[in-house]
Design a protein around this ligand. Structure first.
Ligand SMILES: O=C(O)[C@@H](CO)OP(=O)(O)O
Length: 249
């Protein structure tokens, strides 16, 4: 019999730039007090449901790392082994990084705005290396294979995420470990697209709420045995709707 494989996906809690309604991408902003509360609640949900992670994978961005630490503290699992990778980072948002979502919507119109935010393979214009929001000289990315991105579509995110899924996360699942992945709205959209086989068109309609654990049971091929299950479905629906509506305020 194969061991049970449980995967928990957790988007970081509200960040300072989520609160300000700015495109964030690879800019390393921190959690707000609300975001820290969401992370704590996420950990409590794990503890209450008895779904306790054995290992943690995070991006290299502080908001995901803070979220994981707070959630694991709440679930009394701060001690579990951790692996971090840039491959779990948020989508690089190119020249939109640091821009106000509402202003961008007004300036470019709803069609272009939606294309940049949610299309499968249209990246925003690249970010200039001289920009204060560029990561080209950030030491944490000095050792990534290839170049630091200047922009990414969801497709490009999936291309850099899947090798990590296959070589780092799947082996933990196959060893029977309950795996927590703490990452970002768009990197998790990419992973959910892969897991659930969502089409390039339909993925535009999927939004991931902050701070609510999404749990998958996987079969021996690492395919989900059913749809992902949010541990607080009502809050997840409200959170996803709020993400979808960003910009319209
Ligand atoms: O700004 C970003 O990096 C992401 C996630 O916060 O935003 P969006 O939901 O618009 O893709």
């Amino acid at each position: 019999m194969t061991a049970k494989r449980t995967l928990i996906l957790l988007r970081h809690g509200q960040s300072e730039w989520n609160e300000l309604n700015l495109f964030t991408g690879w800019v390393d902003v921190r959690l707000t007090e609300q975001g820290k509360g969401e992370a704590r609640r996420g950990g409590e949900l794990l503890a209450e449901s008895g779904i306790l992670p054995d290992v943690l994978h995070t991006s290299l961005l502080s908001r995901a790392i803070q979220t994981a630490d707070i959630a694991l503290d709440a679930a009394d699992r701060l001690w579990i082994p951790v692996t971090r990778s840039w491959r779990l980072n948020e989508r690089h948002y190119g020249a939109l990084q640091g821009k106000d979502k509402a202003q961008t919507l007004e300036e470019f119109g709803p069609e272009q705005f939606q294309l940049w935010r949610r299309s499968f393979d249209v990246p925003p214009p690249p970010l200039d290396d001289a920009s204060e929001f560029s990561q080209v000289n950030d030491p944490r990315y000095a050792h990534i294979d290839g170049e630091v991105p200047r922009t990414e579509s969801l497709k490009l995110v999936i291309d850099r995420l899947l090798p990590y899924w296959e070589t780092a996360i799947v082996p933990d699942l196959e060893a029977g470990k309950t795996v927590l992945v703490t990452a970002h709205g768009n990197s998790l959209r990419g992973l959910v697209k892969h897991l659930e086989g969502i089409s390039d068109d339909d993925i535009a309609g999927l939004n991931i709420p902050t701070g609510i654990p999404l749990v998958y049971e996987l079969d021996e091929n690492n395919a989900p045995t059913g749809p992902g299950r949010y541990l607080d479905p009502e809050a997840a629906a409200a959170g996803a709707a709020a993400v979808a509506a960003q910009g319209k305020k």
